[in-house]
Design a protein around this ligand. Structure first.
Ligand code: NAD
Ligand code: MLT
Length: 590
């Protein structure tokens, strides 16, 4: 076995180690999937407080208020500083597009566990900052799809028939039929960029209007597009020269910001009409206003803007060829009720039942999955804690996790995140949990990889982990008996059967007669009780290298450890602190 006990004879490694923060026992209702050490305190709170800073439909508020264990705090019109302060007293927050959760508001939040965006777009939430702070971000992806698709169609038709300016002219007392001659939609070609929920819903409605639908989405196959009656293009540049109308339905990302720019607008057919009911900035606002003024683009219908409220480029509000609405895509009674109900449901499911639905920064967990998943999360977390302590202060460059047998059927990313949170827990001051562990590892240059195989070896389920540092490789594997008994079955090259909990003394030695007795005598002299002992030998015969793991009932003094380390046949000693058996996971509360 590489490295275990490499610091033979020295007690500094173990005495210098920061003890693993053990969560206090859970009382009352159980809460909180994503809590760091300080957030553990919330487990004893009987109520989880949900802050709501944007308007939410009454149906959603009512549902939330009826949830046992949830306390609702509705506060609108807060300044960013007031939001920051209110978040310090909140376990969760529900927002719409009116609240921006910036790094300045999220950094250092200790109690906040979940952000729910009632709606689709999470671009008003700084996702890296939320993830770094270990806060789950969820949205309600489907609640406003139909309303937004309908709004897009309303914009398309109104733009084609000049409904806005014609209505305005009558309001001004004119009867002008000549200026507002429109264009027919039937027989025209519309390009849909982004064929997700809303894009596909728009495409379906356009086909109902007898339009030809062409589209582009890098994540949709041509076969699937064809099933929806859409001719799929390989890129936007090939798509746009075909279109009489162009509508965008992508999220706003670094890749889609300015996707429809000046050059692409020039490559469009003269007289094209552009619709954006997705996010401001996907169509470059200045380039669009220029292209309309030049006459190349016949008109645009915009529901969203780079800066809201109001468009930064005033031409977009004043040019007669532009039809504007103030971000009304999802503003129907039905959509608002639907997203509010979904938001209320997913935040309470998370805070009360540990269920993770529609998370955008972690894998989902259904409530019924939690009991079956917990032992795997616990086992991997403990393997991470164990390997971090055995590794000591050496810089870790990579870690690999392998799931075998039954373990392979469990959500690998979550199990890997649990392992990584254990690996980093003793080294970092920050709260590490399964939401931010992967990011924290990446930021520290630690490459975490995983593999899985349903084939079983000696165990029906096995989680193995390898950690690489500049001084070599450390390996450990664990299994479980039933759901509760977690065992360490491999350490380096040695097979053994040790309890994976509490205080563990790991020592490497020469397998000679009398050694176990000598160590027992030393610990007896120092009043240290050994509760369990496991031995792993190099060969199945005496005389070779071996490793032993003693589970101890009480902390040995530095002097006791020095005496063990000083034994001539002991070649390495290390004390490892793991949570006691059955202790709740610090970020699960179970
Ligand atoms: P979705 O995730 O279901 O679909 C987005 C699609 O865009 C996906 O299929 C994805 O593959 C595709 N995509 C991503 N990058 C792309 C690229 N570079 N080029 C082409 N396609 C790309 O999302 P959705 O629910 O359909 O929402 C679409 C947009 O509408 C989002 O921006 C959302 O915020 C916005 N929205 C606006 C309103 C409103 O009130 N105006 C309401 C709801 C949603
Ligand atoms: C959304 O992303 O869902 C829409 O922008 C609607 C909104 O919540 O304002």
């Amino acid at each position: 076995m590489a490295n275990v006990g490499a610091e033979s004879g020295s007690t500094s490694e173990w005495t210098g180690q920061r003890p693993v923060a053990l969560p206090p026992g859970k009382t009352g209702l159980c809460y909180a999937l994503c809590v760091g050490p300080s957030r553990v305190l919330s487990l004893s709170r009987l109520m989880s407080r949900v802050l709501i800073t944007d308007s939410l439909s009454d149906a959603g508020l009512k549902l939330l208020r009826e949830q046992p264990g949830i306390e609702v705090d509705v506060r609108s019109g807060l300044t960013p500083e007031q939001v920051r302060e209110a978040l310090q007293e909140a376990d969760g927050i529900i927002i719409r597009s009116g609240t921006r959760l910036t790094p300045a508001l999220l950094d250092g939040q200790k109690r906040l566990k979940v952000i729910v965006r009632a709606g689709v777009g999470v671009d008003n939430i700084d996702l890296p900052a939320a993830t770094r702070a270990g806060i789950v971000v969820m949205n309600t992806p489907a609640g406003n799809t139909t309303s937004t698709a309908e709004h897009t169609i309303a914009m398309l038709m109104a733009l084609s028939r000049n409904i806005g300016p014609a209505s305005q002219s009558m309001r001004e007392g004119r009867w002008d039929r000549k200026s507002f001659t429109g264009t027919q939609l039937a027989g025209k070609t519309i390009g849909v960029v982004g064929l997700g929920r809303i894009g596909l819903s728009v495409a379906k409605r356009c086909r109902g209007l007898e339009m030809t639908v062409v589209g582009y989405d890098p994540f949709l196959s041509a076969e699937r597009a064809a099933e929806h009656g859409i001719e799929l293009y390989r890129n936007v540049d090939e798509l746009i020269p075909r279109c009489d109308y162009l509508t965008v339905h992508t999220p706003l990302t670094d890749e889609t910001r300015g996707l429809i720019n000046a050059e692409r607008l020039q490559n469009c057919k003269r007289g094209i009409r552009i619709i954006n009911c997705a996010r401001g900035g996907i169509v470059d606002e200045t380039a669009l206003a220029d292209a309309i003024e030049s006459g190349h683009v016949a008109g645009a219908a915009l529901d969203v803007f780079v800066e809201e409220p109001l468009a930064k480029d005033a031409r977009l509000r004043t040019l007669p060829q532009v039809l504007c609405t103030p971000h009304l895509g999802a503003s129907t009674d039905e959509a608002q009720e639907q997203v509010a109900l979904e938001a209320a449901e997913i935040i309470s499911a998370f805070l009360v039942r540990n269920e993770v639905r529609y998370a955008v920064n972690m894998a989902p967990i259904a409530a019924q999955e939690v009991p079956g998943l917990k032992p795997y999360l616990d086992l991997s977390y403990r393997l991470g804690l164990l390997l971090a302590q055995l590794n000591g202060a050496k810089a870790i460059s990579a870690a690999h996790l392998t799931l075998r047998g039954e373990a392979a059927s469990k959500p690998m990313k979550l199990i890997s995140a649990a392992f990584t949170s254990g690996l980093l827990a003793t080294a970092l001051e920050d709260n590490v949990n399964i939401i931010n562990a992967e990011m924290m590892a990446r930021e520290r240059g630690i490459r975490i990889t995983e593999s899985a195989s349903t084939e079983t070896g000696a165990f029906s389920t096995l989680v193995s982990a390898t950690v690489e540092s500049d001084s070599g490789e450390l390996r450990a594997a664990g299994t479980m008996f039933g759901n509760d008994f977690l065992r360490l079955v491999r350490l380096g090259e040695y097979q053994l059967d040790a309890y994976l909990d509490g205080l563990m003394l790991v020592y490497r030695h020469l397998d000679v007669p009398g050694l176990i007795g000598a160590i027992g005598t030393t610990f007896g002299k120092h009043q240290v009780n050994i509760s369990h002992m496991a031995l792993g030998r190099e060969r199945n015969e005496p005389g070779g290298d071996a490793v032993a793991v003693l589970n101890l009932d009480n902390e040995p003094s530095p002097q006791a450890l020095e005496e063990v380390a000083a034994h001539p046949h002991v070649t390495g000693v290390q004390l490892v602190r793991l949570p006691p058996p059955g202790a709740p996971l610090p970020w699960l509360g179970l």
